[in-house]
Design a protein around this ligand. Structure first.
Ligand code: SAM
Length: 254
C-alpha cells in the first residue's frame, strides 16, 4: 500500500478498532459529520453506514478520486483542510468534525477549528498520544502548555483510549490516542483571544522562569500580587482563569 509521508499517511487497518472509534463518535442520520483526511476510507465506510450527512476533506488527489469511485454518493472535497473555508459547508446543524489526523498539521488545525467553535457540536480526533496529553493536561502538570490553556478556553476535552502503532500501516513510531473535544456551553466573558494568545506565547516560551520575569512588559509584579497570584510561580502553575485575569489587567488590553 502506497503511503505519502509528506501527507502524514498512516492508514488504519484494525477493523475492531475502526468500529470502536465510530461507536465512540456514534453518528446518527440527523448529524452533519465532516471527516478530515479520510485516506482510503477506513472510518468513512462505517460513518456512511450510519446514514449521517457526510462531507470529507482530503488533500491527496489520488485518494480523493479513489473515494469518489468507491462511494459515488459521498461529497469528497479535495483540499488542504488548513486552507479550507468551512463556511462553504456549514448548514443549519452544528458540525461534528472527526478524523485520524495527519500528525504534522494537528496543532494548526486545532487552532483553526477553535476559531470557528460556534459552528461545531463536537470533535473526535486520533492524534499522537503526546498531543492528546497536552490538550487534556491540567495546570501544574508537565504536559501543560499553551495548547492546554487554549483548549480549555474553548472546549472540554477527554482522552477516550490509546491506540498502538500496530493499528496502522505503515506503523508510526509513537503511540496515538482518541480525544473528544466538546465546545464549552458557557461562553467566557473574556473574548479578546488575541491578548490571551500573546500572553501564553510569551509565558510558555519561558517555562522555567517565574511569571514575574516571563510576563515582564505585560503585567507588573504588583498586578500579579493584586490578582492573588504568587509572582514566583511558573507559567505551568497558572490555570486558565489565572491567565484570563492576567489578560484582563495586561497593558496589552489598554
Ligand atoms: N482516515 C484514514 C485512516 O484512518 O486510515 C487516513 C488517516 S492518515 C493519518 C491522514 C490523512 O489525511 C491522509 O489521507 C492524508 O492524505 C490526509 N491529509 C494530510 N494532510 C492533509 C491536509 N492538509 N488536508 C486534508 N487532508 C490531509
Amino acid at each position: 500500500m502506497r503511503a505519502r509521508k509528506r501527507f502524514g499517511q498512516n492508514f488504519l487497518h484494525d477493523q475492531n478498532l475502526i468500529r470502536k472509534i465510530v461507536n465512540a463518535i456514534n453518528p446518527k442520520p440527523e448529524d452533519h459529520v465532516i471527516e478530515i483526511g479520510p485516506g482510503r476510507g477506513a472510518l468513512t465506510a462505517l460513518l456512511l453506514k450510519s446514514g449521517c450527512q457526510l462531507d470529507v476533506i482530503e488533500i491527496d488527489r489520488d485518494l480523493a478520486s479513489e473515494l469518489r469511485e468507491k462511494h459515488p454518493q459521498l461529497n469528497v472535497i479535495e483540499s488542504d483542510v488548513l486552507k479550507f473555508d468551512f463556511s462553504q459547508i456549514e448548514g443549519s446543524r452544528p458540525l461534528r468534525i472527526v478524523g485520524n489526523l495527519p500528525y504534522n498539521i494537528s496543532t494548526p488545525l486545532l487552532f483553526k477549528l477553535f476559531n470557528q467553535i460556534d459552528s461545531i457540536r463536537d470533535m473526535y480526533f486520533m492524534l499522537q498520544l503526546e498531543v492528546v496529553n497536552r490538550l487534556t493536561a491540567e495546570h501544574s502538570h508537565s504536559d501543560y502548555g499553551r495548547l492546554s490553556v487554549m483548549s480549555q478556553y474553548y472546549c472540554q476535552s477527554e482522552k477516550l483510549f490509546t491506540v498502538p502503532p500496530e493499528a496502522f500501516i505503515p506503523r508510526p513510531k509513537v503511540m496515538s490516542a482518541i480525544v473528544r473535544l466538546t465546545p464549552q456551553n458557557k461562553k467566557n466573558d473574556f473574548t479578546d483571544t488575541e491578548v490571551l494568545r500573546k500572553i501564553l506565547i510569551q509565558a510558555f516560551s519561558m517555562r522555567r522562569k517565574t511569571i514575574r520575569n516571563a510576563l515582564k512588559g505585560y503585567v507588573t509584579a504588583e498586578d500579579i500580587i493584586a490578582l492573588g497570584l504568587d509572582p514566583r510561580a511558573r507559567p505551568e502553575n497558572l490555570s486558565l482563569s489565572n491567565y484570563i485575569a492576567i489578560a484582563k489587567t495586561s497593558t496589552l488590553n489598554l
